[in-house]
Design a protein around this ligand. Structure first.
Ligand SMILES: Cc1ncc(C[n+]2csc(CCOP(=O)(O)OP(=O)(O)O)c2C)c(N)n1
Length: 575
């Protein structure tokens, strides 16, 4: 049993089913150990993809997602994905290789001071220095990732803790003599070092996963909010990702929202919480609705840029905010009722405390409903406008029509994804994944892998901008090797539109924002995936249907959708 087996033993005991990685000599025993323990090892083409995948799996299953990456450049390649997980409050465990304990700081291959690099982006860092410390360090890492405000952690695993003792002794040259007195002394020192490193290695065995307590609200505070809610004329709720960070409790949260009877907007991972259609769920004109509300409940939603730093909420309105994070609770605007607790539990408790609402707030709901319907009709008209190529709204409506009940949608891009987000209706909770507050392009491939590993058999759609898909293209190789039957839709407008739009308007210059009409379907085909193309609105249903069938047969497929591009400045952009 080597250190890699011990690491795997902990992963298994914590309920980890898949380990995401890109290999390196420093971590080989973790990969072989995981495989031997029956953990599926999914090897990617970029370390960021491995961490994005671990992030997605954590969000979807509630069990910390795990990525193993090699020392030095393997680790530095994870930083963006790690920061993304931190901002999304996603419990990820990054296992990083490191040089041998005696070689640290002595110019070994890929040896850099890794901890200061990782520390700002994680909740905690763990550095086992002996084999017997591997198991407890990892167990503490899992607990830290899940507790309080969830987030990523880093475990640095020196290579000589991971390999079999005999191999390590050989590396340290302990099998040979020679070198005179100084050689003898050096060998004595190293022998002692290795013996200390391996001493009592067999004493530690992985225990079951710790159940982290869920922070619950004080009942008096909940009752006070229930009273306030009863008196409200135009209450509104915004429910965000943190309210569904315990996947086991999502159904109870949905039931509570339904029972409360308060009009609701859903964001992040909470999208789809009430299914694809529900009378309390409004999707459009959120800003207007928030401005008109006299009581706003933010469940796991901070007053950040997405709510204009809190300015969208009227000063006179009562603001109730429930959040696990003390910082997020008060960010930019102090709530009248700040509840530091799990927002999902808060909603469940509030629904119990609030009197049954029956037909309450029906005028208010009707006002919001008519605005929603008005916007839907506008979209319908816009979707039917034909241009030279494909209308992005028509395409997204086509995707929405084909979306299965077991589908998960992964969003990675700018304007095209923005369009998809108000047209495509996730069929249930935890069925829409976007990067979150960090707004990171490039999450696509990793999120697809994480979703597929979490729900084998689910229908997985990737909605990409043509700029964003560039980060994920090499991982079509991963999709093919691991038979990930994703339907990847690429909105090809030959442009980084979301940026071009503003840059051209403000600076009258398109430097750096244009792309080519690349044949992304051929790139995917080159990796062995299916590749289809849509040139016109008339082809949408037929080609999307073909793509769905390819995926249903177990193969990945990329659909390159040639989109119309809006003129940022009439006649100025060349394509
Ligand atoms: C890693 C990263 N790099 C750059 C950006 C800045 N950015 C935000 S949206 C966007 C354009 C996205 O273009 P594309 O994926 O083609 O989608 P489109 O807007 O064209 O639909 C860019 C470059 C970012 N958010 N993340």
């Amino acid at each position: 049993m080597h250190g890699g087996n011990r690491v795997a033993e902990v992963l298994k005991a914590q309920g980890v089913k898949t380990l995401f990685t890109l290999c390196g000599g420093h971590i080989s025993p973790i990969l072989t150990g995981a495989r031997a323990a029956g953990i599926h090892v999914m090897d990617t083409r970029h370390e960021a993809t491995a961490v994005f995948a671990a992030d997605a799996m954590a969000r979807l299953t509630g069990i910390p997602g795990v990525a193993a990456v090699t020392a030095g450049p393997g680790l530095t390649n994870t930083i963006t994905a790690l920061k993304n997980a931190q901002l999304a409050q996603s419990p990820v465990v990054v296992l990083g290789g490191a040089t041998a304990t005696v070689l640290k700081g002595r110019g070994a291959l890929q040896d850099i001071d890794q901890v200061p690099l990782m520390a700002p982006h994680v909740k905690d860092v763990f550095q086992p220095g002996k084999v017997r410390e591997l198991v407890p360090s990892l167990e503490r890492a899992f607990a830290a990732a899940k507790s309080g405000v969830p987030g990523p952690v880093f475990v640095e695993c020196p290579v000589d803790l991971l390999y079999p003792e005999a191999v390590v002794r050989e590396w340290y040259g302990l099998g040979h003599g020679g070198g005179g007195l100084s050689g003898w002394m050096q060998r004595m020192y190293l022998r002692r070092h290795v013996s200390r490193m391996f001493r009592d290695a067999d004493r530690q065995h992985a225990g079951p996963a710790m159940v982290e307590p869920i922070p619950t609200p004080e009942s008096a505070r909940v009752l006070a909010v229930a009273q306030k809610l009863k008196a409200a004329k135009r209450p509104l709720m915004v429910v965000g990702s943190q309210a569904v960070c315990e996947p086991d409790r999502v159904a109870a949260v949905a039931e509570a929202v339904d029972r409360l009877g308060v009009p609701v907007y859903l964001s992040g991972m909470a999208r789809g919480l009430l299914g694809s259609r529900h009378p309390l769920h409004f999707r459009h004109r959120r800003r207007e609705a928030i401005k008109a509300a006299d009581l706003v409940i933010l469940a796991g939603v901070p007053c950040d840029f997405r709510l204009d730093y809190g300015r969208q909420i009227r000063r006179a309105a009562t603001l109730v905010s429930a959040n696990r994070s003390r910082h997020d609770l008060k960010l930019n605007r102090k709530p009248d009722y700040g509840i530091q607790a799990d927002p999902g539990v808060f909603l469940v408790d509030l629904a119990r405390a609030a009197p049954a609402t029956g037909g309450a707030w029906s005028d208010w709901r009707e006002t919001l409903g008519s605005r929603d319907r008005e916007r839907e009709s506008e979209i319908e008209v816009q979707a039917s406008e034909s241009g030279e190529h494909v209308n992005p709204l028509a395409l997204c409506r086509g995707v929405d029509r084909l979306l299965g009940e077991n589908s998960i949608v992964i969003a990675d891009g700018g304007d095209f994804v923005g369009t998809a987000s108000y047209i495509v209706r996730p069929r249930g909770p935890l069925r829409w994944l976007d990067p979150g507050a960090f707004g990171t392009l490039g999450v696509g491939a990793g999120f697809i892998l994480g979703a597929a590993a979490s729900f084998p058999g689910a229908q997985i759609w990737g909605i990409f901008g043509d700029g964003s898909v560039g980060y994920s293209l090499a991982d079509f190789d991963t999709f093919v090797r691991h038979r990930i039957p994703v339907i990847a839709i690429v909105g090809n407008d030959a442009c980084w539109s979301q940026i071009a739009r503003e840059q051209v308007k403000l600076l009258d210059d398109d430097t750096g924002v244009m792309l080519a009409r690349t044949d992304y379907h051929r790139v995917a085909a080159g990796f062995g995936a299916g590749g289809l193309v849509i040139h016109s609105d008339e082809e949408i249903d037929d080609v999307l249907g073909q793509a769905r069938d390819i995926a249903a047969g177990g193969h990945p497929v990329l659909v390159n959708v040639i989109l119309d591009r809006s003129d940022f400045r009439e006649g100025s952009l060349s394509i």
